[in-house]
Design a protein. Structure first.
Length: 661
């Protein structure tokens, strides 16, 4: 996948444009006032299905997310590419020989999988060997149309059939093995991986066959077999049926997540087309990266057994950590405003009747299915219902168990109103004063936020171009306290790199306009500001002298940061500079984006009050901050190794042209 395609896959055009132009849903699409010319009646339309936009007014033009940025920000394509790559977390660099070879390999593997799928489908639909599989599918209620739509197939119970078919199609033995379609024995012989199985081709969101699931028709084990991990296939990131469901997910605004192949195929037959299945795993972060571009409403419809409940709990936890959050203003008792994060998504649980899978329920009683979808429970209600039905609340042990299972659910809620509601509900069921539960709830919220921050920090540190991790405010611990384990996120990595190479501080301040206000953690801010003062006043300095001037808590924090950095792989001076440049840029931009977000809250209030002059003033402030973000992007790119190389090449060409003249 090339960078432009990867960016389009990661960034949803509706979300992106809506951050610049207020949009309202209009049927399957979204509309708003065109940002490129004055108008009173909306003529600017965004199309989620095609990820495009068009102005049907004076502009009479349109395009994709790249053309929108190029026109709005007055950028050329290269600038827009780098701007959007930063937002999407896509690393841009020229393809080297290894990457070109890797791309060619992926293309060959896709072609091999497509050829295998066509062969299996032909056997199922036309060959005598496929008759048992056809009868099985017909018994399960699968129509010929569905067999064709999902390209179901059959692998004969022979050792080399597919291998010979693919060899005749000029695929090499190594490609067949790498695609997971064949296996090499200990003796060196190659044979078909799937034999005597009903075959389910597994596609990515673009519709490319990337792997297979195979089911036996008898009592042989294993009952199901999947393609192993390959350069194309990773079971933890695959959603079966996503290519056929994506349009329905967008138009309905909801995705229903089930467990099995038939739980997708049969619902599609009955018109329930916004259904996808996890491949034998709980919902993962990779799944959510795919889904959150299309919808913010997830319904988990998993089996009501112990394994199903565990999958629900795991899926909910993953979703709460991975889905986007919005920041809302919350009035405090003192009349001030604080900002809190809330999950920008809705997660519900569909409770299936005992003993029925989705495909069985829909084929028997479609109306009952629709009712269960409409009545799908919010996460908290689901856990309350399950836990309270399984617990003896008349005993002290039962009450403790209910508290231990439900207080973490309440603590994970982003809305103070929801937390209060469910805390009161739990206290009422346990016949306790809610004030007795409040200290434990606050403790869980504190540890939960730290865990979430640590997880976001882990993802940020592990991916060189991910979005900045969010950090909660912390007070400086007392000097007598032991230093906490460092949450090594964006702030911490940036600060650790500066502590290791303080000579780069001035350059980062100049290029990224890095300042103490960019650090949300008060300890990090104090260390950064102290480091700036120390470097400015000490022409010759030792870091030991710097730590001597700090109090014990900050000195311990500095040591923890440096230890965490040393625990990673060694970095050359050039790698340190590049890493620090990226961290500083993202950290400063994160601060500016927070300011813009807060200004928009104020702007919205001013609009509701009809204060036109104030709205214009705020627009100017927001535009100024936005231009500052773009300027930081340009300066940072020019300072990178690639940017400096391009600048030198350009200068050399200019010099050569002048010499020739």
């Amino acid at each position: 996948m090339n960078p432009t395609e990867e960016i389009k896959q990661r960034l949803d055009i509706v979300e992106f444009i809506n951050s610049h132009v207020p949009l309202q849903k209009a049927g399957r699409n979204y509309k708003g006032l065109c940002p490129f010319h004055p108008e009173k009646t909306p003529s600017f339309i965004v199309f989620p299905e095609t990820q495009g936009w068009h102005c049907f007014g004076a502009c009479s033009t349109g395009g994709d997310i790249f053309t929108f940025v190029m026109r709005r920000e007055n950028m050329d394509f290269s600038e827009a590419l780098h701007f959007l790559a930063e937002k999407a977390g896509v690393v841009l660099h020229p393809l080297d020989v290894d990457e070109i070879q890797q791309k060619d390999e992926l293309d060959r593997l896709r072609a091999a999988n497509a050829a295998a799928a066509q062969h299996y489908y032909h056997v199922l639909m036309e060959a005598a060997q496929g008759e048992p599989a056809r009868k099985y599918l017909e018994k399960r209620g699968v129509t010929r149309e569905s067999m064709a739509a999902f390209q179901l197939g059959y692998a004969t119970d022979e050792w080399h059939t597919l291998e010979e078919v693919l060899k005749r199609a000029h695929f090499s033995p190594q490609d067949i093995l790498t695609a997971g379609l064949a296996v090499r024995s200990d003796s060196g012989n190659v044979y078909d991986r799937f034999r005597g199985r009903l075959m389910f081709p597994i596609r990515d969101i673009q519709g490319h066959v990337i792997g297979f699931g195979g089911r036996v028709l008898d009592v042989a084990m294993p009952k199901y077999m999947n393609t192993p991990d390959t350069p194309l296939f990773d079971k933890g990131s695959v959603l079966y049926g996503i290519d056929l469901a994506r349009e329905s997910i967008r138009s309905s605004g909801t995705v229903i997540i089930v467990e099995g192949y038939m739980d997708v195929i049969i619902p599609h037959q009955y018109g329930v087309t916004n259904v996808v299945a996890c491949m034998g795993t709980a919902l993962t972060e990779a799944h959510l990266r795919i889904l959150k571009r299309m919808t913010k409403r997830l319904i988990l419809a998993l089996d009501p057994d112990t394994a199903g409940m565990h999958a629900v709990e795991k899926g909910v936890e993953t979703a709460q950590q991975s889905l986007d959050r919005r920041v809302i203003p919350v009035p405090t008792a003192t009349g001030l405003i604080r900002y809190e994060e809330q999950l920008a998504a809705e997660i519900r649980i569909l409770m299936l009747p005992e003993g029925l899978d989705p495909d069985e329920l829909i084929s028997r009683d479609r109306a009952r299915w629709d009712q269960l979808v409409a009545e799908a429970l919010p996460v908290a209600d689901y856990f309350f219902q399950v836990v309270l039905s399984e617990t003896d609340l008349s005993s002290a042990k039962g009450k403790r168990q209910a508290m231990e299972r439900l207080l973490p659910v309440i603590a994970a809620m982003g809305s103070p109103a929801e937390r209060t509601h469910y805390l009161q509900r739990l206290a009422q069921r346990l016949r306790l004063d809610e004030r007795e539960l409040l200290p434990e709830l606050e403790r869980l919220r504190g540890s939960g936020e730290a865990k979430a921050t640590k997880e976001r920090g882990r993802r940020t540190a592990g991916q060189s171009a991910t979005a900045p991790a969010a950090h909660s405010q912390h007070s400086v611990p007392a000097a007598s306290e032991q230093p906490e384990e460092v949450v090594f996120g964006l702030e911490e990595r940036c600060l650790a790199l500066l502590l290791q190479t303080p000579a780069l501080l001035a350059e980062m301040t100049e290029i990224a306009s890095l300042s103490g206000e960019a650090f949300q953690d008060v300890r990090n801010r104090q260390v950064f500001e102290a480091l700036g003062s120390f470097v400015a006043t000490q022409p010759q300095y030792e870091m030991a002298d710097f730590c001597t001037g700090l109090d014990n808590a900050l000195s311990a924090h500095v040591e923890s940061l440096l230890q965490a950095l040393r625990a990673g792989p060694p970095l050359s001076p050039e790698m340190v500079r590049e890493d620090l440049l990226k961290c500083s840029t993202r950290l400063r931009k994160s601060h500016l984006l927070r300011l813009i977000r807060e200004l928009r809250f104020v702007q919205q209030d001013a609009q509701e009050e009809g204060a036109a002059e104030r709205v214009l003033e705020l627009c100017g402030m927001i535009d100024q901050l936005t231009r500052h973000c773009l300027e930081i992007d340009r300066r940072a790119y020019a300072a990178t190794l690639i940017g400096r190389r391009q600048s030198k090449e350009k200068a050399a060409k200019t010099t050569g042209t002048q010499d020739a003249l």
